[in-house]
Design a protein around this ligand. Structure first.
Ligand code: ATP
Ligand code: MG
Length: 334
């Protein structure tokens, strides 16, 4: 087994050198270790006395799994001193959205009930992925903008989705288009509504105000995500051919979205010293294969690799295992 590093690792030094990087994200393909690294990082920062929120919008509830606690949809749940974990329940946010739209329509037109066609429209719009994404995004923005913690660790869903989040400004544009369309459809009801309307509303002002508010939030959040000073975005990979190819491709895409990458973390590295022991041929081959890809990673990403994390003998679940991994990733966990 690889021994624990005696001093701070490159990864620990990165955090020490950039105390402003308070928004921490781990991206990468499915199952490579994003949640595991998020938890170890959260643990290490909390041990340093920082107030840390680790959160996800993952319906799989993986934070509940790794911390062995029921966290889903419960708001920030205290895990240990200085550490809170939160799993955002996207569905409940969508329901809240729908309710908000209904309330606004009722209020605007002085109606008692939402007309059936409009209700159908609200239902249909909510089923669209863009609506779900924007509901999630909204919840994330609320969290991050509130600024109640020293560090925010966003445990991302697998890469494809993560890219989608990062291009969220586009999704929001769609949502704005939807509001505008909804508003146009409302005109059809205007005649009916005019009869029932009790008070005159300055509809134009309301909608304009809403759009400006949303734009402001988009700007605030995309500024955070793309801000090299404030964001540490790590890429998790393993020494395998397909993962290497995908990582290169994804890195190009992120560059396109102007998301700065703080570093690469290589997971599940088979300890090279194993090869010198009397191990089965099967394992010899796997180690040799990894060594090839590790050399390639070294050539391609070199200095940008901030940690090589060994393959452990079992899954990382529970605080004791997380603490051990934090020790490996950051040096002394205290
Ligand atoms: N270095 C390691 N040694 C042994 N097991 C590991 C290691 N890294 C991660 N694992 C295990 O691999 C599994 C997947 O890890 P994890 O859930 O962190 O991946 P993920 O990238 O978050 O996956 P998803 O894309 O599904 O969110 C977990 O069971 C975890 O405990
Ligand atoms: Mg995960």
């Amino acid at each position: 087994m690889t021994v624990q590093p005696s001093g701070p690792t490159d990864l620990a030094r990165m955090f020490a050198a950039h105390p402003d990087r308070r928004y921490v994200m781990f991206g990468g393909k499915g199952g490579l270790g994003k949640t595991t690294f998020s938890a170890a990082t959260a643990f290490w920062l909390a041990r340093q006395g920082k107030r840390v929120l680790i959160f996800s919008v993952d319906p799989q509830a993986s934070l509940s799994d790794i911390f062995q606690r029921d966290i889903f949809g419960k708001g920030p749940v205290p895990i240990m001193d200085n550490l809170w974990a939160q799993e955002i329940d996207a569905d409940s946010h969508i329901r809240a959205y729908q309710q908000e739209i209904r309330a606004r329509i009722l209020d605007m037109y002085g109606l008692k009930e939402v007309p059936e066609e409009i209700e159908n429209y609200i239902q249909a719009a909510s089923a669209e992925p863009a609506m779900e994404e924007s509901a999630i995004f909204d919840a994330v923005v609320d969290l991050v903008v509130s600024g109640a913690y020293d560090y925010y660790i966003y445990d991302l869903v697998p890469l494809g989705h993560a890219l989608y989040y990062l291009s969220m400004a586009k999704v929001y544009d769609e949502w704005i288009t939807k509001i505008t369309r909804l508003r146009e459809e409302m005109r059809e009801y205007e005649q009916v509504a005019n009869v029932m309307k009790r008070k005159k509303t300055s509809e134009e002002d309301q909608i304009l105000g809403e759009l400006q508010y949303i734009r402001g939030r988009i700007n605030a959040s995309s500024r955070i995500l793309t801000d090299r000073q404030k964001t540490a975005f790590f890429f998790v990979l393993v020494p395998e051919e397909m993962i290497l190819l995908d990582t290169r491709r994804a890195a190009e895409l992120f560059a396109k979205f102007d998301v700065p990458i703080a570093g690469y973390l290589v997971n599940r590295v088979l300890p090279a010293e194993l090869a010198r022991q009397d191990v089965p041929e099967f394992l010899q081959h796997r180690i040799a294969m990894q060594q090839r890809y590790l050399a390639e990673i070294e050539r391609g990403f070199g200095q940008q690799v901030l940690a090589y994390v060994p393959e452990l003998e079992r899954d990382v679940t529970g605080l004791a295992a997380i603490e051990r991994l934090a020790g490996i990733m950051y040096g002394d966990a205290r």
